[in-house]
Write a protein that binds this ligand. Structure first.
Ligand code: FAD
Ligand code: NAP
Length: 564
């Protein structure tokens, strides 16, 4: 059994899985959690305390349950695909219960500093100072490794606007927004069009007198309800999609997605069209927002030019808009108050860490890991889980980090790629694409699924791995920590997705009639002709290429509709 002592800081969704992974390896693990519960921001609470985040009363996850799951713990069949925060936290509780995690968590224990021990150069150890929040006593403990799981949606970013000091109304941040009580019949301005801004505007618009959504650059809006009514993230978080996107120019993959989104509603018509491309921003997911804009209960506005005593003036307007409450949905600042600035100093949310985990400048970088410190286009928790597994392998001596120079080069490359693709700002400093980043972390310790092997040994599984949704169970097929149930979990994703929706038995027989099939074939023929015609007209490709594209399209759609 490996003789290592590991400290996990924070018992949110990431801390829980770190404890479990340490236990699986056989480490002596202690998890410190400053509040008196596990589950982190997903455990809703009414009180608004600085540094203690929680979702709002109504928050629904925006990454689907199958994509957001722990990789060896598929969610229950009847859990809704986009579940309420109380259901998600129950799933976390059940996982923690199954692995006896709570036994290793010291609740009401806040880590106030983490520093190198005197013999750090030799041993790589850390001194962790902990305050018992029940009596104020502090103690020092020595650990071989530290996993920082304190979250990065904790410290609100609060900008100031011209004239704000004159304003007589209330200004709050979404960090403090819990539910719409007290907002009835008020004139409300929500600032910022990230997911917090979208959720707040939709919810408040149901009770407000007027609800304005202020955005300085607009946004593309993605949906939870995807094609066939299935979870949208399960449609695009697939290896085939990333393979196709990597083959075509970036502008083409953006244009295809934007066209698809504009078919749902025209972003220009709704005042939301931004100058940037769809994949150049952290995705905003909201099915209800276009509906609220269409019904006039949310009014889209530009940036706030100035506050007045009783309202605000928006860019492009000359008149004051009477305002009672301004809700700043302006995001968060990454912060680690218990760590010295020489270890991490996230200015403007920049985190120059190798794979967003390790500081290459440390003598023993593998001994201090930041977990879930990334902003994926997809779910966050499975990334944290994979990072935890990698950290454990490194601590046990299975594998090594690259040289300092190689790590710095990787960090530089990631920053340059990000700068090329995303518009600049503190919102886009740790963006990762879900499928490639999961593969990247998994390949560090042999957990990336071997697609070549499965192509020959298990074609049915290979089809799912390549064409199906890249669910976290993919990363339990191979390598350390492989799980015997992974194949079954992958093959039954569709069942669990559909079961949650099968709440009323249909009396209508599935229509496989000749006439319906013929209609389908004719529709596809029309697409084929259109593809061929466009190809010839614009000389982009030959008819043969058009046919190949069509057949590929046909094949993919048939696989997608089968594995839903
Ligand atoms: C409103 C909202 C909705 C989101 N929706 C999604 C979603 O749908 N899908 C998704 O994948 N992600 C979502 N996210 C991202 C979210 O951050 C992750 O889902 C997840 O909560 C991250 O878990 P965590 O454990 O890393 O952090 P947290 O949940 O923030 O937990 C951190 C824990 O560390 C503790 N802690 C902090 N400092 C200390 C200290 N010094 N000592 C001891 N304990 C400490 C805290 O008390 C807390 O319990 C959302 C974020 C927000 C804000
Ligand atoms: N239902 C859900 O699952 C859910 C709900 C809420 C949040 N979340 C998650 O929580 C995380 C944080 O989301 P968030 O929406 O709170 O933050 P965010 O994604 O950082 O968005 C912040 C928004 O505020 C704007 N903003 C920042 N500073 C501004 C300024 N000075 N003036 C005007 N606008 C300003 C930003 O505009 P620019 O882009 O122009 O900078 C952006 O539109 C994300 O990962 C998100 O997905 C999920």
């Amino acid at each position: 059994m490996p003789n290592k002592r590991i400290c996990v800081i924070g018992a949110g969704a990431s801390g829980i899985v770190c404890v479990k992974e340490c236990l699986d390896i056989g480490f002596a693990v202690v998890c410190y959690e400053k509040v008196d519960y596990i589950g982190g921001l997903w455990r809703y609470h009414e009180s608004d305390t600085d540094g203690i985040p929680s979702v709002t009363r109504a928050t629904i996850i925006n990454s689907s349950k199958e994509m957001s799951a722990y990789s060896d713990y598929p969610p229950p069949k009847d859990l809704p695909n986009y579940c309420h925060n109380s259901q998600l936290v129950r799933y976390f509780d059940e996982y923690a219960e199954k692995h006896n995690v709570k036994r290793y968590v010291k609740l009401l224990h806040e880590v106030i500093s983490v520093g190198q021990t005197q013999d750090h150069l030799l041993t790589g150890r850390w001194k962790v100072t902990v305050k018992d929040n029940s009596n104020g006593e502090t103690t020092d403990e020595i650990f071989d490794g530290v996993m920082v799981c304190t979250g990065h949606h904790v410290k609100p970013f609060i900008p100031t606007f011209p004239g704000q000091e004159k304003f007589k109304g209330r200004i709050i941040h979404t960090h403090s927004y819990k539910r719409p009580n007290g907002f009835e019949d008020k004139n409300i301005v929500v600032v910022g069009i990230g997911n917090s801004g979208g959720d707040a505007a939709v919810e408040l618009s149901a009770v407000a007198k007027n609800c304005y959504l202020s955005t300085r650059r607009g946004s593309w809006i993605l949906f939870r309800v995807g094609p066939f009514g299935l979870p949208f993230d399960m449609m695009y978080l697939r290896r085939i999609v990333f393979a196709l996107f990597s083959l075509v120019p970036y502008s083409l993959s953006c244009a295809t997605t934007e066209r698809f989104l504009n078919q749902r509603f025209d972003h220009r018509l709704y005042g939301l069209e931004p100058e940037h491309r769809v994949w150049s921003q952290h995705p905003m997911v909201n099915d209800a927002l276009p509906n609220r804009i269409l019904s006039g209960t949310v009014i889209v506005k530009g940036d706030i030019v100035t506050f007045t005593e009783n309202g605000v003036i928006f860019e492009g307007d000359n008149e004051e808009i009477p305002t009672d409450i301004v809700v700043l949905a302006t995001g968060y600042e990454v912060s680690f108050p218990f760590l010295d600035k020489s270890i991490i100093h996230p200015k403007g949310n920049e985190v120059p860490l190798f794979k967003y985990m390790f500081n290459p400048n440390l003598q023993h970088p593998e001994t201090l890991a930041f977990i879930s410190l990334a902003q994926p286009v997809g779910p966050l928790v499975p990334i944290g889980e994979l990072q935890a597994r990698w950290f454990c392998q490194l601590m046990v001596g299975n594998g090594k980090l690259p040289s300092k120079d190689d790590m710095l080069l990787d960090i530089k490359k990631k920053r340059e790629d990000m700068e090329k693709r995303y518009y600049a700002g503190p919102r886009h400093t740790m963006q990762v694409d879900w499928v490639p980043f999961m593969d990247e972390i998994a390949s560090q310790f042999g957990a990336r699924p071997n697609l070549c092997k499965y192509f020959f040994t298990d074609p049915a599984l290979w089809l799912q791995l390549f064409f199906g949704p890249t669910v976290p169970y993919h990363f339990r097929l191979d390598g350390p920590g492989k799980w015997d149930g992974a194949r079954e979990a992958i093959m039954t994703v569709g069942d669990r997705t559909e079961k949650a929706l099968s709440t009323r038995p249909s009396k209508v027989k599935e229509d496989r009639s000749f006439s319906k099939r013929v209609t389908g074939i004719l529709a596809e023929l029309a697409i084929l002709l259109h593809v061929a015609y466009t190809g010839i007209k614009y000389g982009v490709y030959s008819v043969a290429t058009g046919v190949v594209i069509f057949l590929l399209y046909r094949y993919i759609t048939s696989v997608l509709s089968k594995d839903r």
